[in-house]
Design a protein. Structure first.
Length: 118
């Protein structure tokens, strides 16, 4: 069973950068599609960005395009989210998500808090 553990969250100021990590255990990431979602206060969980199994394709929400970059290192079984030019509205709990390609079963991490002060 794939397990995901996020890390790297914290409290930063507007304009700062953070890099989140999502480490997988129990199984290899292999061809899983990997994604980051976030849940801000009072809102539903929303899509942030995703990367295909081979890393060739990336997708971003419009709100983070040009600021956030997703990457993966399958040799380390880890996915990253580089967040630059952070804004207060980026504050929330960030979740790592993996979708198994053969049956579309998905897995979630426990989340990591990101707080951006103005």
């Amino acid at each position: 069973q794939l397990q995901l553990t996020e890390s790297g969250g914290g409290l930063v100021q507007a304009g700062d950068s953070l890099r989140l990590s999502c480490a997988a255990s129990g199984s290899t990431l292999g061809t899983h599609v990997m994604a980051w979602f976030r849940q801000t206060s009072g809102n539903e969980r929303e899509f942030v960005t995703a990367i295909s199994g081979n890393g060739a394709n990336r997708y971003h929400a419009e709100s983070v395009r040009g600021r956030f970059t997703i990457s993966r290192d399958n040799t380390k079984n880890t996915v990253y989210l580089q967040m630059n030019s952070l804004k207060p509205e980026d504050t929330g709990v960030y979740y790592c998500n993996a979708v198994r390609s053969r049956d579309f079963v998905d897995f979630w991490g426990q989340g990591t808090q990101v707080t951006v002060s103005s």
